[in-house]
Design a protein around this ligand. Structure first.
Ligand code: SAM
Length: 707
């Protein structure tokens, strides 16, 4: 394990690397600073290594002024006296007294050229020239693993790093700490190697007049300011070009590299477009907020909101709820509340240990802020490695590269109050197959786990659902009226605050799958464990071309009865779901709830604090992308149990209803009664295109030609 000192040194060099300074230069400057500031790391780390950045720039400056850097008095810098200035916004920052600095700071001033473009909107506050510190703060580089830092950078000398450690690390021949300069400035005595390497590093920077650092950042506030900041640091002879010439070069490059062939393409227009789009979105957001204020969020009739879940035991999208009854509580992009609404990803420290939300030096503290580095999906794998296979994202129709962000989870997770008991003790011996071995499907007689499925396994030896079982499940979904039961005390009806209660509108009786589990004697590859082994098929999330948003498709041919994926989300009580919808969480434009109501009729009095549902809005998997298709959908959802057996909590798994060709979209029937007049919330306008569509009139279908 590297020591704390070593880690700090590594972090400093890494931070410098992130803003464009090479390792050697950073290490040399750091060594000097450690000496001058007697290894007081607090000074060096203050304001995102402001001193270190200044020192590096001084080095570059001095080198470019001085024809022979070897003759430079190494101790000169250590003669500079320190003083501390304390400002109440942060740690004390040592500065070098003017007389000690002499020419250096002047030179630095000349050297550091910073060009920034600012585009005004809202109240028109212009972006000021940023300080060095603010440049370093604005780094939008992704957070890097510490391991990588350790691999990449070498140790930096310091008079207080113990000799033993110095010797160990610098003499390490394993290559672990691959220090190109040998870090031989041990106790301040530079070796020949170190001097020549230092020289090399300095001349590399100065003589070649390389631009050593560039930086682009975007920040916006809810008062209408959008700031695009383009910054570069450079050598002494750097001349600030006109913005027109920069735009011209970029336009030429865009034309060449991105094959943008429109002759009137203009980067400036593109930037104006960005500002205009931000302004439009801000205006929309404002309208929504105003509408919300007018309606008064607390005045939204609880009955209406809660009733939004009525009418279907399946998922009901509340995007319609939002639009129609909540006057668009949400805006896109979401403007985070500065009290406590900033999600942890945005507050998470960056690689320099700063909160990323602090990366907006020119915005006043009380402004709400959206930053460009909000979490995003990995287009190559939306599951971020959580599944056994990668699931890519594709959009061939619009500029939207990925769906709005949600946290990918491969398994359901309890949100807060849901009472889900996974205890092994709860599973009776009669509910598991203690004495089985290996694969239960190869045993001569079906094991105890088949009790609830009529003494038969529902899976074939190939891991598909048996035809009879599957056909029954499909029939239940297609002809629900034949398979409904009615609760004595329906949690949905109870959630409405009027008396007397309406009778239960009915729930679907479903068939269940019971899989073997950890208390069983068989192994993980047992044929009666399919859903719990996770996604195995090649799937892709794609953007539909007909207004249904994102969807899910298969990249391989699928047989009938194949498991596709679970519908994964947070496990909530229905009360939590009602409350969540009432307060519309996390800025999502759409919500993705699914009731776990398959058992509601059998309980005497299921309170809505007990009734469970899944919400895939904030945490979920690809199941949330499966779009609706009336009646002849190619997927069917089936309840599956393994850790519990009381039908209170269960998994919902999607299986194919027929053979599906590669590249076909995967759909399921949400079970929505689109024509219901009693349903207070209008469902989305169905665009499933099925000839059995419950919304489209026959004449219209004939006209359009159904899929
Ligand atoms: C569970 S989400 C499905 C994924 C969604 N398309 C997305 O982009 O995240 C349900 C929402 O998708 C849209 N949707 C699904 N099926 C649809 C259909 N047949 N016609 C129109 N919109 C549909 C509706 O907006 C619905 O509220």
């Amino acid at each position: 394990m590297p020591s704390a000192l070593l880690l700090r040194a590594m972090a400093a060099v890494k931070a410098m690397k992130l803003i464009g300074f090479d390792q050697r230069t950073a290490k040399n400057a750091l060594k000097k600073l450690l000496k001058v500031y007697e290894s007081n790391w607090e000074y060096i780390e203050a304001e995102n290594y402001k001193l270190l950045i200044d020192s590096i720039l001084d080095d570059v400056n001095e080198e470019s002024m001085d024809p022979d850097p070897n003759e430079k008095d190494e101790d000169e810098i250590s003669r500079k006296r320190l003083k501390c200035t304390q400002d109440d916004s942060g740690p004390s920052v040592p500065t070098i007294e003017p007389e000690a600095v002499g020419e250096t700071s002047l030179k630095r001033k000349k050297l550091v050229e910073s060009a920034q473009c600012s585009y005004e909107g809202g109240d028109g506050v212009r972006l000021k020239k940023g300080s060095l510190a603010s440049h370093s703060k604005c780094n939008m580089e992704p957070i890097t693993e510490h391991n990588e830092v350790q691999e990449e950078i070498a140790v930096v000398g310091s008079s207080i790093i113990p000799d033993k450690l110095m010797a160990e690390t610098w003499n390490d021949t394993s290559g672990k700490y691959n220090d190109p300069i040998g870090a031989a400035a041990h106790n301040g005595i530079a070796s020949t190697n170190s001097v020549s390497a230092e020289k090399e590093a300095i001349s590399e920077l100065a003589s070649a007049q390389k631009l050593i650092s560039t930086n682009a950042s975007i920040a916006s506030s809810n008062t209408g300011k959008v700031k695009l900041s383009l910054t570069y640091f450079g050598g002494r002879n750097l001349k600030v070009p006109s913005i027109e010439s920069v735009l011209k070069i970029v336009e030429d490059r865009c034309l060449k590299s991105y094959k943008i062939l429109h002759p009137n393409f203009s980067l400036m227009n593109l930037m104006k477009e960005i500002c205009q789009s931000a302004a439009d979105l801000a205006a929309e957001s404002n309208d929504s907020q105003e509408a919300l204020k007018r309606s008064g969020s607390s005045d939204i009739p609880r009955r209406v909101t809660r009733s939004s879940f009525v009418g279907s035991s399946n998922l009901v999208s509340s995007s319609e709820i939002t639009r129609e009854t909540m006057n668009g509580l949400h805006s896109s992009p979401h403007v985070y509340d500065d009290n406590n609404d900033i999600p942890p990803e945005i507050c998470a420290p960056d690689s320099l240990g700063n909160n990323v939300s602090q990366c907006l030096p020119n915005l006043s503290l009380n402004e709400n802020v959206v930053i460009a580095s909000s979490p995003r999906h990995d287009q190559n794998d939306i599951a971020k490695g959580e599944e056994r296979i990668r699931i890519s994202l594709i959009n061939e129709f619009t500029n939207e590269k990925a769906p709005p962000y949600f946290h990918y989870i491969p398994w359901n997770a309890i949100y807060q109050n849901a009472h889900v008991n996974f205890s092994l003790a709860q599973i009776g011996e009669e509910d598991c197959c203690l004495n089985c071995f290996c694969n239960c499907l190869s045993a001569p007689i079906p094991c105890a786990c088949t009790q609830k499925t009529g003494g038969e396994f529902v899976y074939t030896i190939d891991g598909l659902l048996k035809k009879e079982f599957l056909d029954e499940c499909i029939s239940m979904n297609r002809y629900p009226e034949k398979h409904r039961y009615y609760c004595k005390s329906c949690p949905i009806e109870k959630s409405k605050t009027h008396d007397p209660l309406d009778p239960c509108k009915g729930h679907l009786v479903r068939k269940f799958i019971k899989e073997c589990w950890s208390k069983c004697g068989c192994n993980k590859q047992c044929g009666n464990r399919v859903v719990q082994r996770g996604i195995t098929r090649n799937l892709q999330v794609f953007y539909t071309d007909d207004g249904r948003g994102w969807g899910l498709k298969t990249l391989e041919e699928l047989p009938k009865g194949a498991f596709i994926c679970e519908y994964v989300g947070e496990i909530l009580t229905t009360k939590e779901l009602f409350d969540r919808t009432l307060h519309k969480t996390h800025g999502a434009n759409q919500t993705y709830p699914m009731l776990l109501d398959a058992n509601w009729g059998t309980k005497e009095d299921l309170r809505d604090e007990e009734a469970l549902c899944l919400d895939a809005t904030v945490y979920g998997n690809i199941g949330r992308f499966v779009n609706h298709r009336c009646s002849d959908a190619n997927l069917v959802e089936i309840p599956v149990e393994w850790e519990t057996s009381d039908h209170h909590y269960y998994h919902l798994a999607f299986f194919t209803t027929r053979k599906i060709e590669a590249l076909e979209e995967l759909t399921r029937d949400y079970g929505i009664d689109f024509k219901s007049r009693t349903h207070p919330i209008k469902a989305f306008k169905c665009r499933c295109g099925s000839r059995y569509c419950r919304v489209r009139s026959k004449a219209r279908l004939r006209l359009l030609g159904s899929k």
